[in-house]
Ligand binder design. Structure first.
Ligand code: F6P
Length: 749
């Protein structure tokens, strides 16, 4: 049925029913008016005929009186007239005077407006009016009107009313259809334009038509829904993306445009050091810095970190800010100054003598002191205040880095309830039994659960964390969505394997591999044919440097043909040197290297070259490119970016990576030679295998590893977290709008 008919038909039916109901009312009303008019007319006639009738009555001639009355009743509507001189007499009447009316019972017909009389010839109206003469003081004139013309009129009125309603129905329908047509067109146009508006973006520069004001609330909801769908689609489709700085920038632009992004870490990405009269800028040996620096360049936020360089204070402005990178500023560092006591208690003490050995299975006992814990809380609070001061909105995105700031997420959450806090734990998370050692385990867990998203490198560490919460806190743990809810606020626990920039900075791989090989051998005083192994780490007991040296010694024991032909260069950046454990470790490493060199270095080629000093990344890359193999033997490591840097450095697709099974990286890089660093014989065998591996096999393995690192690069690491943050913010806003603030804004798993 056409749309118009679907509307008109019901309208017609409604109006017809209405007309049907209205007609009896109209009938009743017109009847009342009509009767009243007839009675008035009767009074008028009675008054008019009074005198002539008196004259006729005076003649006492029945013929004349009848004749007179017949004449009066010739009037179109007057049916009959009668005269009663007295109640006991017989009426003198015109023709057709109804037999039902008698002079004796005239009182029956004397109503206020007369009475109705139904006769076989039709309805009549009877009025009785006094007509008093000298001879007949009780005389009455009876006027009988014909009512059939009322029936005719009533019929006519009904017809008119019926036609009127039909006409009305048709006109209303017509007008409605026309208006509806226009409105529909406008609505469709409005919808179209608002949908265009929703799709209007950088990629779709067509400006949307004007949205009708009434549609604006719908438009907003629709646009939000479409954006949600787009971004979820993008998130799902993200495995198809090639992650580059541009992709990251585009995501920041489209998903988090104008959002206030703040990074917090202990280590700063650029350290200003005084060298004589000059100020030098150093980049610390930190995987965290390596990963976050390209992101900050892409999003131009603020990075809050401890000011640790000797010239750091000299270069900041009045608000302790310094723009970096120095050669081409893209973002700002906000430096926090710590007293010696604060640094000792918070950084060396609680973070590095307590949490660091607690989280790494390296068989070094954690030390927990109450005084360190107090400083740790105090410094976390100072950083929280800095975050609040640096926030330009009430809901910034704050990226909290590492074990130095376990309490910070909750502190920020309390000051900025609407902030999106992404905390990333760069080191392993132990199992609940190991974590139980910490005297402030509940406080640490509660602090971390102030985050919106809590990231670890591996699913294994996520599982350990969730198990730990389950064991020690009264929190709701949802293992399906991997969400922990504490105090009504949910934290999504997610795996984001960190990585390095890809493609690597061209400056790092600018010097061709053969030149790097030559240069490094010359620099180290080694014959050109010497096979080189390379290791680079912070000088930390978790890195398994001693185990590495033992494996080299074992290689030379088992395969003496490598004596004088193989040299292992170990670069070790001094780290946390004021901690006893680190000092002992350094002493042990030095002693072990010396002992091996003494034992096997007679032929002029030292088996070990130990460089305990800071090296700039460009220099480290030359070693990577010059070496036959790179050995990463961490006893326990969240990820280990050295492994990925070595792969990035080898654009010649040569070189072998020996990788500890206890690193996060080992889960992503099975093409490396995976070893147990505690198994010295196995490591020695892996060294020999690497040194004798055919070029083809090296290429095959390296290709696969380069493929993985190029795809799972640091832009993806950051992009995934930021995308998740964006989804969470949008969901949170929708829930807020619907008044469901208590519901957690969850993420797709
Ligand atoms: O591995 C954990 C970590 O925080 C890294 O993210 C970083 O590279 C390293 O420790 C830096 O240590 P520090 O800042 O104590 O020298």
């Amino acid at each position: 049925m056409p749309l118009a008919l679907r509307f008109i038909l019901p309208l017609l039916i409604v109006l017809a029913a209405f007309a049907y109901a209205v007609m009896p009312v109209v009938d009743k009303l017109t009847m009342r008016w009509f009767v009243r008019d007839l009675d008035v007319r009767a009074t008028l006639i009675a008054t008019t005929v009074q005198v002539p009738l008196e004259d006729e009555l005076a003649t006492r001639s029945a013929v004349r009186i009848n004749d007179f009355l017949n004449r009066i009743s010739r009037d179109e509507r007057l049916f009959a007239v009668g005269y009663c001189p007295a109640p006991a007499s017989r009426a003198v009447a015109s023709r057709y005077f109804p037999a039902e009316i008698h002079c004796s019972d005239l009182s029956l017909w004397e109503g206020e407006n007369g009475q109705l009389l139904d006769t076989p010839s039709g309805p009549l109206h009877v009025s009785v009016k006094p007509l008093i003469t000298a001879d007949a003081p009780d005389g009455r004139l009876v006027l009988v009107h014909d009512m059939s013309f009322f029936a005719r009129r009533s019929e006519e009125t009904r017809r008119y009313i019926f036609y009127f309603f039909i006409g009305l129905a048709l006109s209303v329908s017509l007008i409605t259809v026309i208006v509806a047509q226009f409105a529909w067109r406008g609505w469709v146009q409005g919808m179209r334009s608002l949908l265009q508006g929703a799709g209007h973006s950088r990629h779709n520069p067509v400006p949307p038509a004007k949205v009708v004001p009434e549609f604006k609330p719908i438009a907003r909801d629709l646009q939000r829904l479409i954006r949600d769908l787009q971004s979820e689609y993008r998130a799902r489709d993200e495995s198809q993306l090639t992650w580059t700085p541009d992709t990251l920038r585009a995501i920041l632009h489209s998903e988090l445009r104008g959002e206030n992004i703040i990074v917090v870490s202990n280590r700063e990405p650029y350290i200003h050091e005084r060298r004589g009269d000059a100020i030098e800028v150093q980049r610390p040996a930190s995987g965290l810095v390596t990963a976050l620096e390209p992101i900050m360049r892409a999003c131009s936020g603020t990075w809050i970190a401890q000011g640790s360089g000797s010239a750091d204070r000299a270069v900041v402005d009045g608000r302790d800010h310094v723009p970096v990178p120095p050669e081409r500023p893209a973002y700002e560092i906000r430096r926090i100054w710590l007293s010696q006591e604060e640094e000792q208690g918070y950084y060396y003490g609680f973070a590095n003598e307590g949490l660091w050995p607690l989280c790494h299975i390296a068989h070094v006992r954690p030390v927990f002191r109450s005084s360190d814990w107090n400083y740790y809380q105090e410094v976390n609070r100072r950083f929280a205040e800095a975050v609040v001061a640096e926030s330009t909105t009430k809901d910034p995105i704050v990226l909290v880095q590492d074990y130095h700031f376990a309490l910070l997420p909750r502190m920020i959450r309390e000051a900025l309830p609407e902030a999106t806090i992404i905390a990333f734990w760069h080191i392993p998370w132990p199992n609940p039994e190991d974590f139980a050692i910490c005297p402030w385990r509940e406080e640490i867990l509660t602090g971390m659960l102030g985050s919106s998203i809590l990231g670890f490198h591996t699913q294994f560490h996520c599982n350990n964390f969730v198990d730990t919460v389950d064991r020690f806190l009264e929190a709701r743990v949802d293992r399906e969505s991997f969400t922990v809810t504490l105090g009504g606020k949910a934290t999504a626990v997610r795996r984001y394997p960190i990585s390095i920039a890809w493609p690597p900075d061209p400056a790092m791989v600018a010097v061709p591999v053969p030149r790097c090989r030559e240069e490094i051998r010359r620099r180290e005083g080694l014959p050109m044919e010497t096979a080189i192994g390379f290791g680079v780490d912070r000088l930390d007991y978790t890195k398994g440097i001693l185990e590495r040296l033992r494996a080299i010694e074992r290689l030379l024991e088992l395969k003496p043909e490598w004596i004088g032909r193989f040299c292992f260069i170990q670069v070790a950046a001094p780290s946390r040197s004021s901690i006893d454990e680190y000092q002992h470790h350094e002493a042990e490493v030095r002693a072990q290297a010396a002992q091996i060199n003494e034992r096997f270095g007679g032929g002029g080629v030292p088996p070990i070259v130990l460089r305990i000093e800071h090296h700039e990344p460009e220099d480290v890359y030359r070693y990577y490119r010059a070496a036959e193999l790179c050995f990463v033997s961490s006893l326990h490591d969240g990820m280990n970016l050295v492994a990925k840097e070595f792969i990035a450095a080898r654009d010649d697709e040569q070189g072998v990576l020996i990788l500890s099974q206890f690193t996060g990286a080992a889960r992503e890089l099975p093409e490396a030679l995976i070893v147990n660093p505690y198994d010295i014989d196995q490591c020695a065998a892996a060294l020999h295998l690497a040194l004798t591996m055919p070029a083809d096999e090296q290429r095959d393995r390296m290709r696969l590893m380069r493929g993985l690192v190029s795809e799972f690069n640091v832009y993806r690491w950051a992009g995934r977290m930021l995308l998740d943050a964006a989804i969470m913010r949008r969901r949170g806003r929708l829930l807020d709008k619907d008044g469901e603030q208590t519901a957690p804004a969850t993420l797709p798993t």
